[in-house]
Design a protein around this ligand. Structure first.
Ligand code: NAD
Length: 309
């Protein structure tokens, strides 16, 4: 019999591509998404779609009806700046909504939850790079606080109800379908602006570094987390620091364009350098990133070229 899985946020950038892969794995997939940033046309044919907020108490009924074996929880308010401006609204989705999902999982007998957490937003001010999972987490944005808080709720639910979980702490994910609002959208934003002939802005000197991981590699990590008996938190990145200036150069090379970015003031409080140590994912999940940055940018540019109006 086909295994039923629920994917919250399955109309979004990462979620919709995960759904596509789960269908190939012959799962029966139910997507729950309120389309606040996701798009209905991204939900692949073959998946069942329920348009509902994770904050809606009726969510429990869907779980009781579908009886999923497994849940991928990706639905989130993803705008870090918005979380700073309005932490209550952020928590309503990212904590309260996530708790509704967790409660529905417990009530309907879900065996395992795979949660899209963030390595970019929960580590802060540490001089250890690449950063492993076992450092003290001190998030500086309400978004990061909510991601880490929900990991702790999952930990408690594991203790109290025996429900297993994997928290995948993504680095900066990029690839086709990425929107403009996410925590880490620099590649998608630059490509979309340059294709429209608009100069993108680099905040600060562009020497700040990030760890960029291609969406297909992130999907693979989710699939391995589903198939594997592992449990706990895993960084999902490349362990490589890449500057924003380097990313800009690679995008311009892939586009063959001449638009140079403008430089704006640096974001106060922005992390200067970041990269994630992914040794635990290698050992525990058998995962490693396969798509290099140059290749990933080429694929992303090709998708946006073909799909922007
Ligand atoms: P996305 O905005 O494309 O996907 C989020 C999806 O959740 C959207 O389809 C949106 O409509 C849906 N959603 C939002 N609020 C909802 C609600 N209240 N009820 C139901 N659905 C709701 O963003 P993404 O980049 O694909 O992010 C997916 C997950 O990965 C998120 O949890 C995000 O925090 C996490 N993440 C992303 C990155 C990254 O670099 N993109 C990095 C770290 C973590």
């Amino acid at each position: 019999m086909r295994q039923t899985v629920i994917v919250t946020g399955g109309a979004g950038f990462i979620g919709s591509q995960l759904v596509q892969r789960l269908l190939k794995e012959r799962c029966h997939v139910v997507v729950i998404d309120d389309l606040s940033t996701g798009r209905r046309e991204f939900v692949p044919k073959g998946a069942k779609f329920v348009c509902m907020s994770i904050r809606d108490p009726r969510i429990a009924k869907i779980f009781l009806r579908e009886k999923p074996a497994l849940v991928f929880h990706l639905a989130a308010q993803i705008d870090v700046r918005k979380s700073v401006e309005d932490p209550i609204s952020d928590a309503e989705t990212n904590i309260h909504g996530s708790l509704r999902i967790l409660e529905a999982c417990v009530r309907s007998g879900v065996k395992k939850i795979i949660f899209s957490s963030s390595g970019g937003a929960i580590y802060h001010g540490l001089n250890i790079r690449p950063t492993p999972e076992n450092v003290p987490c001190m998030p500086m944005s309400p978004y990061g606080v909510a991601k880490f808080a929900f990991e702790l709720y999952l930990h408690a639910a594991c203790h109290n109800y025996g429900i297993k979980y994997v928290a995948l702490r993504y680095a900066n994910v990029y690839g086709p379908r990425q929107g403009l609002k996410g925590e880490a959208g620099v590649i998608g934003i630059f490509i979309q602006k340059m294709l429209r002939g608009v100069r993108p802005t680099i905040f600060g000197d562009g020497k700040q570094t990030r760890d960029f991981v291609y969406v297909d590699d992130v999907i693979e990590a989710n699939i391995l987390a589903m198939k594997n008996g592992v449990h706990g938190a895993f960084n999902i990145g490349t362990a490589k620091e890449v500057s924003v200036n380097r990313v800009d150069a690679l995008i311009r090379a892939a586009l063959g364009g001449r638009i140079r970015p403008a430089h704006g003031p640096a974001n106060p409080g922005e992390e200067r350098r970041a990269a994630l140590d992914c040794t635990a994912a290698k050992k525990g999940l058998g995962w490693r990133p396969r798509v290099g940055l140059e290749e990933g940018i080429k694929r992303t540019v090709a998708w946006f070229r073909a799909n922007s109006s």
